[in-house]
Design a protein around this ligand. Structure first.
Ligand code: ADP
Length: 335
């Protein structure tokens, strides 16, 4: 359905995209994942005909986006990172405007009503966009993408700036749309693609570094062996116990404190689930365990674990993790 071949985009001497290729099949929901600055928006903008490439080709259903842009664009609905909304229009005025702009031939009243029902904005149809919440504005943005019934929908960072409830609603909506559309979801948030997508294409520094089924990447995340444990007890002795404990290959004290508790990062041996055993040891010692939390892997770690389970130096892994800017958990900002 979508074929990207050897795409290059250069700004001066800098390569925003350095020879990327991937395909998206009909009916798939594909996550396009990468840290900020990786080249996601550039790819989406080329894919949707907003930007030209330095070299390479993009075809939509066999139609070249540069050679027959109008025909190719008819197949695509696009929600850019900044939805193109006119705040002084009502939802009704805006959607009618988009309908005319796209030269839509479907029954105007029926089509707009259906689109509003799908994205659940019927109740704000007569309201000024300026007065809508960010969640509703995002829905209006999705509605404009759906006008004309395009087969493909492309979302660029659709949940940035939304509150947790709105995020869940928008993700559910994307999943619903994925039932009868081909979807590309571009984001820097790993749980977002895990929640919504069948396949994940990972981009970093303008290069594709992974193209995997979501379940394979999820498995790699679940095999995580690193935990932050919060323990009340004498710091030096606790740390010495953790370092000496069978099944733990690495332990260090973190700066975080919570009352009389200290947080330690531990890493267990491959294939060892250390949690219960650690609990019993701490109970025996009389050192209460008040927190235990898995530490996510960054995309690079996940990628490495997908292609190579070999023993890499843990310190290097951790230092890379601190540098990662892909969001690997729902809480907080970029890692
Ligand atoms: P992402 O969407 O993954 O955050 P972008 O596609 O926006 O990344 O950017 C990829 C790279 O291209 C970045 O290094 C960015 O600074 C650079 N870039 C994007 N647009 C321009 C531009 N108009 N001029 C120069 N550099 C640009």
């Amino acid at each position: 359905m979508i074929k990207i071949e050897n795409l290059v985009k250069r700004y001066g001497g800098n390569y925003a995209l350095d020879d990327i290729s991937f395909t998206v099949n009909e009916g798939e929901i594909v996550g396009f994942l990468g840290p900020n600055g990786a080249g996601k928006s550039t790819t989406m903008n080329i894919l949707t005909g907003f930007l030209s490439s330095t070299s390479g080709t993009v075809t939509i259903n066999g139609i070249d986006i540069l050679e027959e842009p109008k025909k190719a664009k008819e197949l695509i609905g696009f929600l850019p990172e900044q939805p193109p909304l006119y705040l002084d229009m009502t939802v009704e005025e805006y959607l009618n405007f988009v309908y005319d702009l796209k030269g839509c031939k479907l029954n105007r009243y029926k089509h707009l009503r259906e689109v509003c029902e799908v994205v659940k904005i019927t109740d704000v149809y007569k309201r000024l966009i300026r007065n809508l919440s960010k969640g509703y504005r995002q829905r209006v943005g999705i509605a404009q993408a759906l006008i004309g019934n395009p087969k493909i929908i492309i979302f660029d960072e659709p949940t940035v700036g939304l509150d947790p409830k709105q995020i869940i609603e928008i993700r559910n909506l994307i999943r619903t749309l994925g039932r009868d559309h081909t979807v590309i979801l571009s984001t820097h948030i790993l749980p977002e693609v895990q929640a919504v997508c069948d396949r994940i294409v990972v981009i970093n520094n303008g290069k594709i570094i992974a193209d995997e089924k979501t379940e394979d990447i999820t498995r790699a995340v679940q095999n995580n062996r690193r935990f932050n444990v919060k323990i009340c007890g004498p710091k030096k002795e606790v740390l010495a116990m953790l370092k000496a404990k069978t099944g733990i290959v690495y332990a260090e004290e973190l700066a975080e404190r919570d009352g009389d508790a200290t947080t330690y990062m531990i890493e267990s041996e491959p294939g060892v689930d250390i949690r219960k055993n650690l609990f019993y040891t701490l109970a025996e010692k009389g050192w209460p365990l008040i927190g235990l939390e898995g530490v996510g892997m960054n995309l690079e770690d996940i990628f490495i674990s997908l292609i190579d389970n070999g023993g890499e130096d843990n310190r290097r892994k951790r230092s890379r993790q601190q540098k990662s800017r892909i969001q690997i958990s729902e809480e907080g900002g970029d890692n």
